[in-house]
Design a protein around this ligand. Structure first.
Ligand code: UTP
Length: 289
């Protein structure tokens, strides 16, 4: 029996330099795709996977992320008075259980591994998910729910993976494959941002993870990896051989919303999925074809 997966860590303390000047005074995770901020997509995906407790790892200038999940009493009252039922429903649908979100601060953005380590008291002895909100997923079964199912099947650590063209592997954490079983891949090694010619495969880790709490002990050593940052990938690699470690080829699509082109594509893809916007969006696209 695997321990149930109930906790998620959402690191949101990065500087978002690729989106300056938009991110000068506003968190990258509050950028909307169509009409919803990235952070809300991530929280909704986590809830759909059975997550009940959230830890936002935040930093300076990120307070709007937490406030987004407060109840906006005055706004709700005004909407009620004006009989704006649909808008009220939208607000209420995104509400989370009282007390289900905690925040910890990462004072200096020393890397994703360091951000996860900052959540150590929240994690305790439990398995936990990590969602990077700038990886926006468009999946029939929510991506984290796919990972959670794989975790229930295999136990241990499971990361979402996808194939990328060889020349781009140097931007990602890359799998050294032990056994490729199709959807599931057992892993014998991991390397963060390897040079293209040294990459062990073109299977890369995306921003969805189910991890065992033992990873925290490895992160605590604060070893600096690629880019001088404390890398989550390096700490995860140390779990291999001690615990099950699998990659899951998730079903669906990912949009890298930390990148301008990826963010723009996400706007188009998500608008085309919306019955109220798809016709207008198609017309717009034709105009620019
Ligand atoms: P990115 O690698 O996209 O970095 O982080 P970034 O700082 O957000 O953006 P750029 O590259 O400067 O434009 C991936 C995720 O990890 C979080 C980020 O908030 C993002 O969700 N992160 C990264 C932290 O929380 N702390 C860190 O020290 C680094």
């Amino acid at each position: 029996m695997t321990k149930p997966l109930r906790k998620a860590v959402l690191p949101v303390a990065g500087l978002g330099t690729r989106f300056l000047p938009a991110t000068k005074a506003m968190a990258k995770e509050m950028l909307p795709v169509v009409d919803k901020p990235l952070i809300q997509y991530a929280v909704e995906e986590a809830r759909a996977a059975g997550i009940e407790q959230f830890c936002f790892v935040t930093g300076r200038g990120k307070t709007a992320i937490v406030e987004h999940f407060d109840i906006a009493y005055e706004l709700e009252r005004t909407l009620e008075e004006r009989s704006k039922k649909a808008e009220l429903e939208l607000l209420r649908a995104s509400a989370v259980e009282p007390g289900s979100i905690v925040t910890v601060r990462q004072q200096v953005p020393l890397g994703l591994g360091h951000a996860v380590w900052c959540a150590r008291a929240f994690i305790g002895e439990d398995p936990f998910a990590v969602l990077l909100p700038d990886d926006l997923m468009l999946c029939e079964t929510p991506c984290l729910a796919q990972l959670a199912q794989a975790y229930r099947d295999t136990g241990g650590n499971v990361v979402a993976i996808e194939e990328v063209p060889r020349e781009r592997v140097n931007r990602y954490g890359v799998l050294d494959v032990e056994k490729d079983m199709g959807r599931l891949v057992s892993v014998k090694g991991l390397v963060e941002k390897p040079p293209v010619e040294k990459a062990p495969s073109n299977l890369t880790i995306i921003g969805r993870y189910v991890l065992m709490p033992e990873v925290i002990g490895h992160l605590a050593r604060m070893e600096r990896g690629a880019g001088g940052e404390v890398q989550l990938t390096d700490a995860m690699a140390k779990l291999i051989g001690r615990q099950p470690f699998h990659g899951l080829r998730y079903e669906g699509r990912r949009f890298d919303c930390g990148d301008k082109a990826g963010f723009l594509e996400a706007q188009v893809a998500f608008a085309l999925k919306r019955a109220d916007l798809a016709p207008a969006m198609r017309e717009i696209l034709q105009r620019y074809a």
